[in-house]
Design a protein. Structure first.
Length: 350
């Protein structure tokens, strides 16, 4: 507001009864704040990111509580293990079944959490990883830097460092370093898929500037839930449509014109996968705004002759399955995708 506008508002406020005067002042302050935030949002993604982070974090607390009742007893944990000293987010959590036979390493699922690259934490998926571990796996939740703290492709580089660390400490952490699976949900699925591609394709790794941390023979499969894999694709309508994707990618890359950045183009893996891509399980709900990404990736893998399995639902499936439907374990669909995922993991790591 200009000085004249503020002066006029103050004059009007003085003529009001005391109660209304307070409301008028509050309304004026809120109006000025709204204008400031709008102006800020035109030059920075931070206002939108703060709102997204607040909403997502609240939702994840609820989802985690709902999953807690499905966590069985008998799961051992190694929490907040530092895998990367150069990052405040370079920590991982390890879960494995606490029963006879686990002195040796188990097939290991390395999970990158979701959160649109701007929110989320390894703790969000902790209960889901405890549940998967109960089926005879070591599961690892990897923390990584969020947008605003670090820019793309730093989370991919950090995930690669986590794999290196797990190999170096495999015996202590009950990791079978020759039977690794990369997994993730939402943004984490994109990071996992991109890391799998650079392990598969040396030329791609060189262009991205991140060396493959493990051998392709050590990466047995990828498990991809509700990810976004092609930044040029139009998402379905909804709360996570094109405007949302543009905002979070602006934050993740540091550029509003992120599609013009060569390294960001490399993040779109759908058109780059080949027959050597690790066996993949791809799923998304029928009402997930990112469903087109999963459909396109599955089709590309199939066209290239790669080993791909999918779980998709009819358009009219009820109740409609939104983004991250797999974590709703009280639903039939949530139990189905858990069962299918575990079956896939067992077959690909045997």
């Amino acid at each position: 507001m200009s000085a004249d506008e503020l002066s006029l508002e103050a004059t009007v406020a003085r003529r009001l009864p005391p109660g209304l005067r307070v409301l008028a002042v509050v309304a004026g302050v809120l109006g000025a704040l709204a204008v400031s935030l709008f102006s800020w949002s035109l030059v920075s993604p931070k206002p939108a990111v703060l709102l997204i982070r607040t909403i997502f974090d609240r939702n994840w607390r609820r989802v985690s509580r709902e999953m807690a009742k499905h966590v069985p007893e008998g799961i051992s944990e190694v929490l907040h293990e530092q895998y990367l000293e150069s990052s405040d987010h370079g920590y991982l959590d390890v879960y494995y079944p606490d029963r006879a036979g686990t002195a040796q390493g188990l097939p290991t699922i390395v999970w990158l959490h979701g959160g649109a690259w701007v929110s989320g934490s390894k703790e969000d998926v902790a209960n889901y990883l405890r549940i998967i571990a109960s089926y005879g796996f070591t599961t690892v939740g990897v923390g990584y830097s969020l947008a605003q703290a670090q820019k793309y492709p730093e989370p991919v580089r950090q995930a690669a460092a986590a794999l290196t660390y797990l190999q170096q400490h495999a015996e202590r952490l009950r990791v079978d370093a020759e039977r690794l699976v990369l997994a993730g949900d939402s943004a984490g699925a994109q990071i996992a898929a991109q890391l799998a591609l650079l392990i598969t394709d040396a030329d791609y790794a060189a262009r991205l500037g991140i060396p493959a941390p493990i051998l392709l023979t050590e990466l047995r499969a990828v498990l991809l839930h509700c990810g976004g894999y092609d930044l040029s694709i139009k998402s379905a309508k909804g709360g996570m449509g094109n405007g949302f994707l543009r905002t979070v990618m602006w934050a993740y890359t540091g550029s509003r014109n992120y599609l013009a950045m060569p390294q960001v183009d490399l993040a779109s893996i759908t058109g780059r996968v080949g027959a050597d891509f690790p066996p993949a399980f791809v799923t998304a709900g029928n009402a997930d705004p990112l469903l087109p990404h999963s459909l396109a990736l599955a089709e590309a893998l199939s066209d290239q002759g790669a080993d791909v399995e999918t779980l998709f639902f009819p358009v009219g499936y009820e109740p409609a399955l939104g983004h991250e439907y797999q974590f709703k374990l009280d639903s039939r669909a949530g139990q189905l995708v858990l069962s299918r995922s575990v079956d896939f993991l067992r077959r690909k790591t045997t």
